[in-house]
Design a protein around this ligand. Structure first.
Ligand SMILES: Nc1ncnc2c1ncn2[C@@H]1O[C@H](COP(=O)(O)OP(=O)(O)OC[C@H]2O[C@@H]([n+]3cccc(C(=O)O)c3)[C@H](O)[C@@H]2O)[C@@H](O)[C@H]1O
Ligand SMILES: Nc1ncnc2c1ncn2[C@@H]1O[C@H](COP(=O)(O)OP(=O)(O)OP(=O)(O)O)[C@@H](O)[C@H]1O
Ligand SMILES: NC(=O)CC[C@H](N)C(=O)O
Length: 554
């Protein structure tokens, strides 16, 4: 019996629901892994189905097709090549499980079911799956592998059962969504499992965008002595061979050179790129269109789109009104030029005049107010949606988390669109990321190297330019203050008193609470956007629309 084992970790981009496409990809990585000398290939959680499948697994035909695909893959392994670990929804009697199958020698050698079903944050697995029972290791060519499925290793007892029943390693397959700072949380927890079990640990991850979540890859191996033996890249597909030897101290993974850790803004920017690219490509859009205003939100959104999709797949439209400043016209044109994206101008004054005339009888005796400001935003939304209808690109919406928090956006106006890359990014972070992007060219970017926008876009005071000399700060607290209060309220779930105790002005805190609560109806109608923080709007934060609680706050 051999004392060495070569395990290939397939960190791949899977397409949720596209079983045939996933099957082809798994077959391709198995061929690649065989070429590298693998005995076993490990694919991510629910690799045949894609993750998270949500209610798709409630369709019996989908589950049956996934099971049939697993049978096909099992037959492939009769070729004497590497064994294969795949994930799929599996029906056993009247129970549906989130399962991992070990395939080898032409058959399904073992099945393991996810024990811990996450049911918090963006996850809802108890809604669709039954929990499995903790089981012992799976036997593979003389080794005993402690197979676990994502959430199983976030808690101690599945690993404990595996260690007690003779596992030689903890081998986890994952669908672990990115959030700011997530990798250090993963590594800290993985070290805990290693310390408790005295076993080495493998984190095998997927890399892709799936609606509002992105998966950052970054698979890794920890040896039983807690040292990092292998670190795979972030936001990159890869097949990496890990070499294991059975020693007196158990299985040991040969150390590989460790790449430098990417910085925080680099990872957030990659998450935006992957979220948008996979949304646009997997939904079959030729590209995106967006309104480029000369402001920072549309400039950084355009940069992400051009970097992710290629400049030729981004169409930028300047839609000037009589309130649009000369510097906005200059800055928008310069930004488009720097990114190499097609740029055109469609004035909205004609549309504004037409609406003013049409509404004049109905509005007789009423003075202009925010209604007319919203008409400008809606005229832009209408024109941009018309371009989307006529030519097919998806409209990229540009609202950031600060604006979505307080409802500083027009429903059916600038909120029109199919997807947002800034929805979970506070305005203060938008500034930091724009600085970062101007000084760095992201990995995999399809633009030419160089800054993405004129510096003036970053330094000038933000303005919606919906009336003369307007700035955001006329209606909102300074963004440094607003964002800090919002973080306490959203990510921290802190009370008004707790926030005031941190040194914030009480009337400002109470105003922000009211704005946040009142804007729930807008967020519920807002397009999806990529999750970046620990609590994103959408599945991560589900508040009632009709909510009397704010009334309790004096
Ligand atoms: N609870 C509820 N459930 C369902 N619907 C509700 C609702 N409360 C109001 N509504 C509806 O929503 C309407 C109000 O919403 P809406 O029409 O959007 O208008 P509104 O929120 O009143 O105004 C838009 C705000 O966003 C600002 N803005 C606009 C455009 C761009 C930017 C920017 O800088 O990015 C900022 C603008 O200055 C203004 O402060 C009401 O007239 C009503 O029809
Ligand atoms: N003059 C304009 N031309 C094209 N698009 C516009 C124009 N004004 C607004 N938009 C679109 O509406 C969105 C909301 O813009 P607005 O200027 O009102 O607020 P903002 O949040 O400060 O955004 P930005 O920083 O991009 O200006 C913009 O990001 C842009 O997509
Ligand atoms: N797929 C899962 O089980 C994911 C849950 C896990 N806690 C994570 O966020 O990574």
């Amino acid at each position: 019996m051999s004392d060495t084992l070569n395990i290939a970790i397939a960190q791949i981009n899977l397409h949720l629901g596209a079983i045939e496409e996933n099957l082809a990809k798994i077959r391709a990585v198995r061929v690649e892994a065989a070429r590298l000398g693998a005995d076993l290939v490990v694919t991510p959680e629910l690799s045949i189905a894609g993750y998270p499948p949500e209610d798709l697994v409630l369709k019996p035909a989908f589950v049956a097709a996934c099971e049939a695909a697993a049978e096909e893959l099992a037959k492939d392994t009769a070729d004497g090549g590497p064994g294969l670990i795949v994930g799929l929804p599996w029906r056993d009697g009247d129970k549906l499980y989130n399962a991992a199958f070990l395939l080898d020698g032409g058959r399904i050698v073992a099945r393991r079911c996810k024990v811990e079903l996450p049911n918090y944050g963006v996850f809802d697995e108890k809604r669709v799956f039954n929990p499995g029972l903790p089981a012992g290791p799976v036997p593979f060519r003389g080794f005993r592998l402690g197979l676990m499925i994502c959430e199983d290793w976030w808690l101690p007892h599945v690993a404990e059962t595996l260690a007690e029943t003779g596992a030689e390693m903890l081998l986890s397959i994952n669908g672990s969504p990115f959030e700011d700072g997530k990798q250090s949380v993963r590594v800290t927890l993985a070290v805990e499992r290693v310390v408790e079990t005295e076993l080495p640990y493998v984190f095998a991850a997927q890399v892709c965008g799936q609606d509002e979540v992105v998966f950052d890859g970054a698979s890794f191996v920890l040896n039983a002595d807690r040292t990092l033996a292998v670190q795979m890249p972030y936001f990159e597909e890869a097949v990496t061979l890990t070499n294991w030897t059975r020693t007196g101290a158990g299985l040991v993974c040969a150390k590989q050179p460790l790449p430098p850790e990417p910085g925080r803004f680099e990872l957030i920017y990659q998450a935006m790129m992957w979220g948008l690219r996979d949304y646009v490509n997997k939904n079959g859009f030729p590209g995106v269109v967006l309104g480029l205003s000369g402001g920072i939100d549309s400039a950084i959104s355009a940069a992400v789109a051009a970097d992710a999709l290629g400049p030729e797949r981004v169409r930028a439209v300047m839609l000037p009104s009589p309130y649009t400043s000369a510097h906005s016209l200059e800055d928008a044109a310069a930004c488009a030029d720097m990114l190499g994206i097609p740029y055109e101008t469609i004035p909205i004054s004609g549309a504004m005049d037409a609406f003013t005339a049409a509404l004049a009888p109905a509005f007789a005796g009423k003075s202009p107010d925010i209604t007319e400001e919203n008409i400008q935003s809606r005229a832009r939304g209408l024109i941009l949606m018309a371009i989307s209808n006529k030519f097919g690109p998806m409209l990229l919406t540009t609202g950031n988390k600060s604006e979505m928090s307080v409802g500083y956006a027009t429903l059916y106006g600038d909120m029109c669109g199919g997807y947002s890359v800034l929805k979970d990014i506070y305005k203060t972070t938008v500034f930091e990321i724009s600085h970062w992007r101007n000084a760095n060219h992201p990995k995999g970017a399809l633009t030419k190297a160089g800054p993405a926008m004129p510096e003036r876009i970053i330094t000038k005071p933000p303005s919606a330019e919906l009336r003369e000399n307007q700035t955001d700060q006329d209606s909102l607290p300074p963004y440094e203050v607003l964002d800090a209060i919002l973080e306490h309220l959203i990510e921290g779930e802190r009370s008004a008193d707790e926030i005031v105790a941190q040194g914030f002005d009480r009337p400002t805190v109470l105003r922000v609470i009211k704005l946040l609560d009142r804007a729930e109806y807008k967020r519920r109608q807002a397009p999806p956007g990529v999750k970046i923080t620990a609590k994103a709007f959408g599945r991560d934060r589900r508040y009632p629309l009709t909510n009397g609680f704010t009334n309790l706050i004096k």
